[in-house]
Design a protein around this ligand. Structure first.
Ligand SMILES: [Zn+2]
Length: 260
């Protein structure tokens, strides 16, 4: 971190200390104390604002069977999550592309095409991976770490006075929603963390943890050697290394079919 950024962060932290609404908190999903500037209420508001942008491009699927299936599996995974201060909601997008996307605040969208090729426990893995991103607060931490975003928040603190927390919330709602939308991809570290959590949540919810491996293998096989062109692996890359890392997370008492 360069000096300007460090000085800047200390301004934010000091500003934060005099306000309610942001604090350091222990995150059981990551096992770390984290400085969270965007609280859960603001995160939910950010996500809600992004829904129309997403569903204009990718309409929701209006099929009861698909919606019921994703909700039923999603509820079980959500109950196993480390993060319970938000309500997870699961939706299906009318798209053949193999993909899943999560908006801030626990709004999880799976494409019809992905649901069609996965069994229940494999789909549960995909949902658990997305819930893992939410529980670890990957999106908000990513937005927070953006310098421009912090500058705007600091401007908000400076002019906010004792109504600070409310103003910050309003500004967070309006600012750079487009930035967040175009940048819903995750770092390599985040992907591995979401996978680790997916095995944890799938096991806790009573699903076969081997399905975590099988889902990734199945998505890859669907397009043979062209798998790197698949949307799922463009938004969730590093598949070979992830499969290897997931194997290590699965308890040794469990023997998966494809385990060497
Ligand atoms: Zn991911």
């Amino acid at each position: 971190m360069d000096m300007a950024k460090r000085a800047f962060l200390s301004v934010v932290i000091v500003s934060c200390a005099v306000l309610t609404g942001c604090t350091t908190l222990y995150n059981p999903a990551t096992g770390k104390n984290e400085f969270i500037l965007i609280n859960s209420k603001t995160e939910v508001a950010l996500g809600a604002n992004m829904v129309p942008l997403l569903t204009q491009q990718h309409p929701l699927l209006n099929e009861k069977d698909f919606q019921e299936r994703v909700s039923r599996l999603g509820r079980r995974i959500a109950a196993a999550s480390d993060r319970k201060d938000i309500e997870y909601k699961f939706f299906v997008l009318d798209s053949k592309e193999l993909n899943a996307v999560t908006l801030p605040g626990g709004l999880i969208y799976v494409n019809k095409g992905l649901m069609e090729i996965l069994s229940d426990s494999e789909l549960a893995y995909v949902l658990a991976h997305e819930v893992g991103h939410v529980a670890a607060r990957h999106i908000v931490k990513k937005i927070q770490s953006n310098m421009a975003y912090q500058l705007v928040l600091t401007a908000a603190f400076a002019g906010a006075g004792d109504k600070g927390a409310k103003s910050v919330e309003n500004i967070a709602r309006g600012v750079d929603i487009a930035y967040a939308l175009i940048d819903l991809s995750y770092s390599r570290k985040d992907e591995f963390e979401a996978d680790r959590l997916s095995v944890k949540y799938a096991l806790k919810a009573g699903f076969d943890p081997c399905a975590c491996l099988e889902a990734l293998e199945k998505i890859r096989k669907t397009e043979g050697p062209q798998w790197k062109a698949l949307k799922y692996f463009r938004t969730h890359p590093y598949v070979d290394e992830r499969i290897a890392a997931i194997r290590k997370e699965i308890p040794t008492s469990v023997t998966c079919g494809s385990k060497p």
